[in-house]
Design a protein around this ligand. Structure first.
Ligand code: HSE
Length: 297
């Protein structure tokens, strides 16, 4: 059996729309086996995801088609821990898990870059699949011809938290909310803040994050789709968080804190439990490794 562990990810991190992502120690684990049955068997997910439309399976087919491999039969098991449709990269875990699992299954003919290219092609933008593959804090560029990324480990100065709503927000809906055109001054606002956010998270510069995590490209249009966003954001700020933002396309809210803020976790957890008991509040530890595989019988 081949086992592939893929981290949850948070894309955008405020101003880095469709470019930044970070990986966390919260994992979906996929197991794969080629079987002589001639059948496709998918387990660990609801019945409606046990057929050929399963995203992990579709990702596997991409690899099999590219290298001309024909498995006799396939068994796929998904151990799902990343909340679905919440902006924590669950679909990226399926894509990366399927691609990497299929590649191992047929003798690893594809390189990491080739797998990354397939992942970007499937997801449409690189910001979740890049940290899911490579771990850490990743900035990436996806073009039709080529995809690029730069990865840095996340500086140890920060703590991260996710406030996860009890409702979903499909990415397609959250993307539809963004206008086709934006003002030049809004683009300029983001350029400096995105650059500084990346460097602040990589180099451990907490004070910069307070200003740099602001965004004018997507959050102003998406926040109205997320009930209680403003309350969570301002409460986190009141307890001394450095910044908070929509995780990916939402609705999860990612909160960044200085590790020296020893009271934040207890105070924010208490407020969340009293005010939004139906939400989940999780501490997230950065994963600087990315996708991992192992094989056992
Ligand atoms: N960058 C993407 C977005 C992440 O914000 O729509 C969601 O997949």
């Amino acid at each position: 059996m081949i086992r592939v562990r893929v981290p949850a990810t948070s894309a955008n991190i405020g101003p880095g729309f469709d470019a930044f992502g970070m990986a966390f120690e919260l994992y979906n684990i996929f197991s794969f086996e080629e079987r002589d049955t001639g059948k496709l068997t998918i387990r660990g997910v609801a019945k409606k995801y046990q057929g050929k439309s399963n995203l992990v399976y579709k990702a596997m087919l991409k690899v099999f088609n590219k290298v001309g491999y024909k498995p006799k039969g396939l068994y796929i098991y998904s151990d799902v821990n990343v909340p679905v449709s919440r902006g924590l990269g669950s679909s990226a875990t399926c894509i990366v898990g399927g691609l990497v699992g299929a590649n191992v299954l047929c003798g690893a003919p594809l390189t990491g870059q080739e797998l990354f290219d397939l992942a970007v092609e499937m997801e449409g933008h690189p910001d979740n699949v890049a940290p899911a593959m490579f771990g850490g804090l990743v900035v990436s560029i996806g073009t039709r011809e080529e995809n690029f990324y730069i990865k840095k480990p996340v500086a140890p100065q920060f703590d991260f938290y996710a406030a996860i709503p009890d409702f979903t927000l499909p990415t397609i809906e959250a993307r539809r909310a963004i206008p086709k055109k934006i003002y030049h001054k809004d683009a300029a606002f983001n350029v400096s803040r995105a650059s500084m956010t990346y460097l602040a998270l990589a180099d451990g510069l907490p004070d910069i994050l307070k200003e740099s995590m602001k965004d004018k490209l997507h959050q102003p249009y998406r926040i109205p789709l997320i009930d209680h966003y403003d309350e969570v954001h301002s409460t986190a700020e009141g307890f001394g968080a450095l910044g908070s933002c929509i995780s990916g396309a939402g609705p999860t809210i990612l909160i960044v804190c200085d590790k020296k803020n020893h009271r934040f976790e207890a105070e924010m957890s208490r407020w969340m439990a009293e005010t939004l008991p139906q939400w989940q509040f999780l501490k997230l530890i950065p994963d600087n490794t990315g996708v991992c595989t192992d094989q056992h019988s």
